[in-house]
Design a protein around this ligand. Structure first.
Ligand code: 13P
Ligand code: 13P
Ligand code: MG
Ligand code: MG
Length: 369
């Protein structure tokens, strides 16, 4: 299963995508399906991000599948340019395709697995945020018994899960086992700007979840838009139930992103038709597309946050949005300096560098004796 996404042009501004892109992407993947290159596909969007969900038998990081996604994004970019959509081709950092979309701008999450007797899968897709946004929900789904009753009740889950944590600043990763190492795990993944969860396995090796971890600013070396991550989570029968996987999103936790990718704000769970962030280009959104997979066919999507049970989370997100907005350009609404390194901060610092002079306000006083 491959979920590959890119922002190839916003309609209007960064708020949503134009139907023409959607139709073009569908057409392209339909041809590929007819030719037997992929088994099935589903095209959707979260905000201004075009999301391609595909099933096939070619494994992960396959050049044909990535090439198909790349060609689709290029074609949609051309349409976006004709319509002068905002930031046409925003996430395509390279001119030509070379093997996979890795390091080229688009984000992706892929998982190779043997279909179980029944295979319920949820694809989460977010806009106006970045990969660390999944850390909190993934922890709750797979390691918190107050969220996931199955960790206590289901013998198949009782042993716990193994989390792969990526250190995106140092390009290295570590496996941590729960419940034994939850305190170590939390020390890292609580720092969502540096440590990002990549995937989760059950202790018998079965893969349960995978997330996209591409950071555009780290690849491009400057701010070009947020990474707007996706993730795939398999559910039921020895894995968390669909309702346990959705449950963390009833709390609209703070994530980085929002306006100009430079602000913290609440992650609001919404139906796909409501995934059009407009207020201050947000607040950040997440949608959940549920599928039953049958011989590779995608039976769905069920729009899982299209449920009044998430109304309170949306209301809370709006209240938190109000509260955060009133900080204006102050932290912690605006991101910390380390993240601002990719925007105008270095320029301003360079311009004013000469005007700083030494202050001894906080220097330890040497004793005169
Ligand atoms: P049903 O009895 O509706 O199948 O639900 C079973 C269950 O485990 C719900 O979490
Ligand atoms: P996107 O990353 O969704 O394009 O948003 C960028 C932005 O600047 C929003 O204000
Ligand atoms: Mg955009
Ligand atoms: Mg986006």
């Amino acid at each position: 299963m491959s979920v590959i996404k890119a922002d190839v042009g916003g309609y209007v501004g960064h708020s949503s995508i134009h139907m023409d892109l959607y139709d073009a992407a569908r057409e392209m993947l339909e041809i590929s399906k007819q030719k037997g290159e992929i088994i099935d596909y589903h095209v959707t969007h979260c905000g201004d991000d075009l999301e391609l969900i595909m099933t096939h038998q070619k494994g992960i990081e396959n050049s044909e599948i990535h090439g198909l996604a790349w060609d689709t994004f290029v074609m949609c970019t051309n349409i976006a340019k004709k319509l002068k959509l905002y930031g046409a081709g925003q996430d395509l950092l390279k001119d030509s395709f070379s093997g996979t979309v890795k390091g080229m701008g688009p984000g992706f999450a892929e998982m190779e697995f043997e279909e179980r007797r029944s295979e319920p899968v949820i694809i989460f897709m977010a806009d106006k945020t970045s990969p660390g946004a999944w850390n909190l929900p993934l922890y709750k789904i797979f390691a918190d018994p107050f969220n996931t009753a199955g960790l206590v009740i289901d013998p198949a889950m009782h042993e716990g899960f193994v989390f792969e944590v990526l250190d995106i600043r140092k390009n290295r990763k570590i496996l941590l086992s729960t419940p034994e190492e939850i305190y170590d795990l939390l020390m890292f993944i609580g720092a969502t700007g540096q440590f990002v969860l990549k995937n989760v396995h059950r202790k018998d090796g079965l893969q349960a979840a995978v997330a996209s971890t591409q950071k555009l600013s780290l690849i491009a070396g400057k701010y070009v838009g947020k990474d707007d991550p996706v993730m795939i989570v398999r559910c039921q029968s020895g894995l968390p139930a669909v309702g346990e996987v959705l449950e963390p999103f009833a709390f609209p936790h703070l994530v980085e992103g929002w306006m100009r990718g430079s602000h913290n704000g609440p992650l609001m769970p919404v139906a796909t038709r409501e995934a059009n962030p407009s207020r201050f280009d947000g607040p950040p959104r997440v949608i959940a597309a549920g599928f039953q997979i049958a011989e590779g066919r995608l039976i769905g999507a069920r729009d899982l946050f299209d449920d009044p049970a998430f109304d309170e989370a949306r209301k809370k997100a709006n209240q938190v949005a109000d509260y955060m907005r009133r900080h204006g350009p102050f932290e912690p609404h605006r991101l910390g300096l380390e993240e601002m390194e990719y925007t105008t901060m270095p320029l301003i610092m360079k311009r004013l560098e000469e005007r700083f002079f030494v202050s001894e306000e906080n220097v330890l006083v040497e004793s005169k004796a």
